[in-house]
Design a protein around this ligand. Structure first.
Ligand code: MG
Length: 513
């Protein structure tokens, strides 16, 4: 019946309000059939019908980059600057860098030249020195003896796709200098990190990277054909949209034009989708400081006098702060949904300093889910081995306890028959212990091999993005804590009604599961 009504309404010449509502109902009805890689996942309940303003970050959120290409460009530009600006050996320009060395959620130990992946408790079971694995003894000495404080200046947390190249260059150069002949001057590991940071920032600031990207947008940025329809769907439910990007106007304008201009006839320019446009926003300071908004002219140059009062549609603003933003839009924080890709700049600061709701775009999610599905049989076998290990452990413990009590029985307390009985029991228990030990060793080695096989399918050095061994990775924990919902791309929202009630799974303590 509903389908019939929807069909009838869709054929009406003018899309009246009831027709629009029925379209929304129709799209909500399909929500359960969405491909897992394209779903919106919920950490904390979010009612879209309560949201009045939806804001978007640009880079890695609306604009999804071709990650291998942008990484290669950043790496080459940075190596070049290390040679020309810092006097590094010229042959590093040709250095082969393995992009898989970095993953969101890894941590650089700038004192020791290491990278490691912590779990939600900051505990790590794998680390690299440069490009090479660190053995267990060294790992314990460095990272297990004291409580790990990731906020310590010694550590740099890699939490955005934007920051991956820094870690790749660091790991590659640590090994390069470790293996260099003794006459090659080598910077201390901490200095090497500072130099890389400085050069990559410079490559971004002086346009070395953006000029190349701007000259070949189709080569570097994926133009998602469903993005326009998604934004339109949100707008048609009465929500206002805004853009809040750290990029400057001269880069934002061509990128946004490439993504959206002319895709839908009702929106000739990308500007038509957005009620408010803020560039050079300086997040995370946008959320924590009180810088004023600056009005820009059509060329992106600051106007002498800045406006106040409600934001004007079709105007361009830069800088600003969240307090003034909310006052000028006359919206309370809980009516704003902000969609971004960066834990610290977009999610953490907005969650900590305001009541903005957050949606996180995790480009890697499609790859993670694909791998998860591909390895489903292996993951099932791993669960089986986990149970088997628990069972073998407890059987072995039980036998060892029996053995200890048999050994405690002194010969004086036993007569001849008792002693013969005790010795026979000891032999039997010893046989069991030996058998269980062999079985345990074999199971552990099968478990290890299977775990390595699964990890390698995700990332050869680090395994899955959201897990570390038995635990959720530190990165996974942060996504859980700061993103109300998360998904692989903005256009996934088109599968849901703009009135959707995103419900999270009921949180349970281990004893309630
Ligand atoms: Mg971004």
């Amino acid at each position: 019946m509903l389908k019939l009504v929807v069909t009838v309404m869709a054929t009406l010449p003018v899309r009246s309000a009831p027709a629009r509502s029925l379209e929304l109902i129709d799209s909500a009805a399909r929500a359960m059939d969405i491909d897992r890689a394209r779903r919106v996942y919920v950490n904390r309940n979010l009612r879209l019908d309560q949201i009045e303003l939806v804001g978007f970050d640009m880079d890695y959120t609306l604009a999804l980059y071709n990650q291998p290409r942008i990484e290669d460009l950043s790496i080459r530009a940075t190596l070049l600057k290390l040679v020309s600006g810092k006097g590094y050996p010229s042959d590093i320009r040709e250095l082969q860098c393995d992009a898989a060395l970095a993953l969101r959620g890894i941590v650089v130990d700038r004192v020791h030249g290491n990278i490691f992946k912590p779990d939600r408790y900051g505990y790590t079971t794998r680390a690299l020195h440069g490009r090479l694995p660190i053995d267990k003894a060294k790992l314990s000495e460095l990272y297990h003896r004291d409580r790990m404080r990731l906020s310590n200046r010694r550590y740099a947390w890699i939490d955005s796709l934007f920051a991956l190249p820094e870690a790749v260059i660091y790991a590659s150069l640590v090994t390069y200098f470790d293996r260099a002949p003794p006459d090659v001057p080598r910077p201390p590991y901490a200095q090497l990190w500072e130099d890389i940071r400085e050069c990559i920032d410079m490559a971004h600031r002086d346009g070395s990277i953006k000029t190349v990207v701007s000259a070949d947008l189709p080569g570097f940025i994926e133009r998602d054909p469903a993005l326009a329809e998604t934004l339109h769907k949100l707008r048609s439910s009465g929500k206002r949209l805004f853009l809040l990007t750290n990029s400057a106007w001269d880069y934002t304008n061509p990128v946004m034009s490439y993504l959206l201009d002319g895709v839908l006839s009702a929106y000739p320019s990308w500007r038509n989708y957005f009620d408010i446009v803020v560039v050079s926003a300086g997040k995370p300071e946008f959320f924590t400081e009180e810088r004023s908004f600056v009005d820009l002219d059509a060329e992106g140059l600051p106007l002498v006098k800045s406006s106040d009062g409600p934001f004007g549609r079709g105007r361009i603003y830069s800088a600003g702060n969240i307090k003034e933003f909310q006052a000028r839009t006359r919206t309370s924080g809980d009516k704003v949904l902000f969609v971004g890709d960066h834990i610290y700049g977009d999610m953490l600061r907005s969650r900590k300093s305001s009541s903005w709701r957050t949606a996180m775009v995790l480009q890697e999610l499609e790859h993670e889910i694909e791998n998860h599905d591909r390895m489903a049989a292996q993951l099932g076998r791993l669960d089986g081995l986990d149970h088997q290990l628990t069972h073998l452990d407890s059987e072995l413990n039980e036998r060892q306890t029996v053995m200890r009590s048999l050994q405690r029985l002194s010969t004086e307390e036993l007569d001849g028959t008792g002693e013969a009985y005790r010795n026979a029991a000891k032999r039997k228990v010893k046989e069991d212990i030996d058998r269980l030990r062999v079985e345990l060793r074999e199971t552990i080695s099968r478990h290890k091999a299977l775990e390595s096989e699964i990890d390698a399918a995700f990332n050869p050095h680090w395994g899955p993005l959201f897990r570390e061994g038995y635990e959720i990775s530190k990165f996974g924990e942060q996504v859980e804590a700061y993103a109300c919902v998360y998904t692989s791309r903005v256009s996934n929202f088109r599968f849901y009604s703009p009135m959707q009630y995103f419900r999270g799974p009921r949180d349970r303590m281990p004893h309630e599961r």
